[in-house]
Design a protein around this ligand. Structure first.
Ligand code: FES
Length: 110
């Protein structure tokens, strides 16, 4: 089974199983990684924002216009930002590494 790594806000690296066909958001939720994903993957929020390792960013399918629009609303946007619910694990993405963004809309409650 493919694996992927989440780098948490405190720098902790967590390598987890990444079943084919699941989104990065679904995998995060399975493992208790702190990505909100308020709209459950329907491209209606930006709370599943993650920062993709540059070496992996190139391998991802391009973001759709809808995804780009939502990303524009995300805090801490970077050049390799994507929405976690839109990245679906394939064989090529075995080893994918993503970082949780430093600031989110929930920073007041955290
Ligand atoms: S969970 Fe809302 S856009 Fe990804």
């Amino acid at each position: 089974m493919p694996k992927m790594t989440f780098i948490e806000r405190d720098g902790t690296r967590r390598e987890v199983d990444a079943p084919l066909g699941l989104s990065v958001l679904e995998i995060a939720h399975k493992h208790g990684v702190d990505i909100e994903g308020a709209c459950e993957g329907s491209l209606a929020c930006s709370t599943c924002h993650i920062v993709v390792d540059p070496e992996w960013y190139e391998l991802l399918k391009d973001a759709t216009e809808d995804e780009e629009d939502m990303l524009d609303l995300a805090f801490g946007l970077t050049k390799t930002s994507r929405l976690g619910c839109q990245i679906i694990i394939t064989e090529e993405l075995d080893g994918l590494t993503v970082t949780l963004p430093q600031a989110t809309r929930n920073m007041m409650s955290g």
